[in-house]
Ligand binder design. Structure first.
Ligand code: AMP
Ligand code: MN
Ligand code: MN
Ligand code: MN
Length: 277
């Protein structure tokens, strides 16, 4: 199968590589088609596209939109969105506002838990002034010796419902799908196996997503176990969703899967790129 990776981050959100460095790394790993999908940001796409063109990589303009559905934080990936669409850019900007206030409140939670200076510490890792995420707190916790690993920082403090987690009201599912479609893109559910939803709730979510015009789900991702690859491949076929693949790469030596280093689909599926050119 062609080496395709349709979910990755740069320092324009909470990755650590510049868009160009990310594309170079993908190229070194043999990637032929790469989507840059920064959180609520398309600002890195044009740089990535330029670098990709010189290397013969097909760059897919993407975005990972944060939403709140039934009180749960969920991510919707948009692929082939027009990164120059001013309406999309403004909508994403609006969805990012509130991150600083939330981060300050997380800092207060940390202080109450005995970890001082977490907000200021996390700020030190921020590379886009209006995109502070839990990942930045996790990097601070690891580098300051509070937690041994990023995943343990999430497990102990930052995971949904964790002691330092502050819930945030992001866009609605309907908004995210509409924004992506109106910018010419297709909507894909990011890492569906990561949400703490019951089976009933997951199915209700997927039904609603499909009714709104969503057409795909990630099947093979850095956030899924091999068992989940198969589970979500079958689920995609059952629902008639297209299947996507993406590492969710953020940083060397941090992300569980490097860019372009995922296995093939575990069984026949209709891939999201089926109808692309
Ligand atoms: P936020 O948008 O601030 O809620 O933070 C989301 C960020 O946290 C994304 O980069 C996720 O990939 C990351 N994240 C969420 N859960 C985990 C986890 N269990 N381990 C590592 N990173 C996570
Ligand atoms: Mn992230
Ligand atoms: Mn995500
Ligand atoms: Mn992601």
């Amino acid at each position: 199968m062609l080496n395709i990776d349709l979910h990755s981050h740069s320092r324009v959100s909470d990755g650590v590589l510049s868009p160009s460095e990310l594309v170079l790394r993908a190229h070194g790993n043999g990637v032929k088609m790469l989507a840059l999908t920064d959180h609520d940001e398309v600002g890195g796409v044009s740089e990535a596209r330029k670098t990709a063109a010189g290397l013969g990589i097909e760059l897919v303009s993407g975005v990972e939109v944060s939403i709140t559905w039934a009180g749960t934080s969920i991510h919707i990936v948009g692929l082939h969105v027009d990164e120059n669409d001013p309406v999309l850019v403004e909508r994403l900007f609006q969805n990012r506002t509130g991150r600083m206030d939330r981060a300050k409140r997380m800092g207060e939670r940390f202080a109450a838990l005995g970890v001082q200076g977490a907000y200021e510490g996390a700020l030190g890792y921020v590379t886009n002034p209006n995109l502070i995420s839990r990942k930045h707190f996790a990097r601070f916790l690891v580098d300051s010796g509070v937690c041994p690993t990023i995943s343990s920082a999430f497990e102990r403090f930052l995971k949904d419902g964790g002691p330092a987690y502050v819930r945030h009201q992001w866009a609605t599912l309907a908004e995210a799908v509409q924004w992506i479609r109106e910018a010419g893109g297709i909507a894909v559910v990011a890492h569906p196996g990561r949400y703490k939803l019951s089976d009933v709730a997951l199915h209700a979510f997927l039904d609603e997503f499909r009714q709104l015009g969503g057409i795909g789900i990630e099947v093979v991702t850095g956030s899924h176990s091999p068992d989940q690859y198969l589970y979500f491949a079958r689920l995609a076929n059952r629902y008639g969703f297209l299947a996507s693949v993406g590492s969710d790469f953020h940083a060397p030596a941090e992300s569980p899967v490097d860019v372009g280093r995922l296995p093939d689909f575990p069984c026949p599926v209709e891939p999201v790129w089926r109808d692309w050119r």
